[in-house]
Structure formats: structure tokens, C-alpha cells
Design a protein around this ligand. Structure first.
Ligand code: SF4
Length: 180
């Protein structure tokens, strides 16, 4: 890659399994090159937990399923110049959106009452309120780059970051397909 300014990159996972972040780490030795070209300014992978005012690239894994997911997605959109939907859960709802086939009350009852033998009860504190329906990121905020896959390959993530570092518009279509 040619010399370009360091990119400030933020990542977060919403309603996802963290598998997309694991794929990011799968870049192996390329992570060393990336570390010389980007600064991870906010992420579950680093200790910094305050989203800076201005971020070059925001990467969101997972769908928007609860109130906290929505708040964080909106903050990323507000603070990030480029917003990336990483993985099928972010792009189309994928596994988390399966609950959309059932009323929320039925989902909660199944998880917290019918399948529980000890103190069945709905959580009413310390957890964000579930939304009626799960939506992909672009169901609530504008997304600039879609990277499908469950998870997307490390190669796909690398190609997206490399394009952004070079000031090009990423085209993940050559490196991705839904579900793989
Ligand atoms: S797309 Fe797949 S790997 Fe990524 S968060 Fe969703 S279920 Fe996990």
C-alpha cells in the first residue's frame, strides 16, 4: 500500500455472535501492516471505550435488536465518515432476525418462562429493552459499505480496509457472498 494518512477506525458488535470480529482478527500477519496504517480508536478489541468525535471508518457487526443497539448505531453514524455493515447479521438481519417470525411477547415467554425451571421471570433491569422487530443496520441508519458473509472472510475485510486506506470506494462484491 502507498503512504496515506492513518485511518481512525472504530468497531462494535450489536446483536451478533462476535464471529465477524474473529474474522477480522483472522487476517494474521496483515494485522501487523494494518497496525502501521490504522488506529483502532474504539472497539471491543481495545481498552478505549469512548467513541471519538471524528472517526474515519466505523464497522458494525450484528443487527439492531434492542435499545442499546439502536443508540450505538446512531452514534456510529453521527461520528463516522464511512459506515460499514460487516456480516450478514448487519446486512440483512440473518440469525437474530429469525425471531421476527414470532411476536416479541412469545419470544420472551419462551426464553425466560417456558424453558426455565428456577425462578422463571422476565428481566426488568440491567438489560436493554428488546425492540419489537430486529432490523439490519441500514433499517435505522444510512450505511456506506455492505460486506455480506457469515462471517465475511478475512480477505474481504482486508480488501475493504485496503481500499479505504488508498482512498478508493470499496467493492466487496468480488470477495463476498451471503452465508460464506
Ligand atoms: S454474520 Fe455470522 S459470524 Fe457475523 S455476527 Fe452474524 S452470525 Fe456471527
Amino acid at each position: 500500500m502507498s503512504a496515506t494518512p492513518r485511518l481512525k477506525v472504530a468497531t462494535a458488535w450489536l446483536d451478533g455472535c462476535s464471529g465477524c470480529h474473529m474474522s477480522l482478527l483472522d487476517m494474521d500477519q496483515r494485522l501487523i501492516e494494518l497496525s502501521e496504517r490504522i488506529d483502532i480508536v474504539y472497539s471491543p478489541l481495545v481498552d478505549t471505550k469512548v467513541l471519538p468525535e471524528r472517526v474515519d471508518v466505523g464497522i458494525l457487526e450484528g443487527s439492531i435488536s434492542n435499545a442499546d443497539d439502536l443508540a450505538l448505531a446512531r452514534r456510529f453514524r453521527e461520528h463516522c465518515r464511512v459506515l460499514v455493515s460487516l456480516g450478514d447479521c448487519a446486512v440483512n438481519g440473518n440469525v437474530p432476525a429469525m425471531r421476527n417470525h414470532f411476536p416479541l411477547e412469545q419470544v420472551l415467554a419462551r426464553a425466560y418462562r417456558e424453558n426455565v425451571t428456577l425462578q422463571p421471570q422476565l428481566p426488568d433491569r440491567g438489560v436493554p429493552a428488546l425492540r419489537q422487530r430486529v432490523v439490519p443496520i441500514h433499517g435505522e441508519v444510512a450505511v456506506d459499505v455492505f460486506v455480506p458473509g457469515c462471517p465475511p472472510s478475512a480477505e474481504a475485510i482486508w480488501q475493504v480496509l485496503a481500499a479505504l486506506l488508498e482512498g478508493r470506494d470499496p467493492d466487496p462484491s468480488a470477495f463476498t457472498r451471503f452465508g460464506a
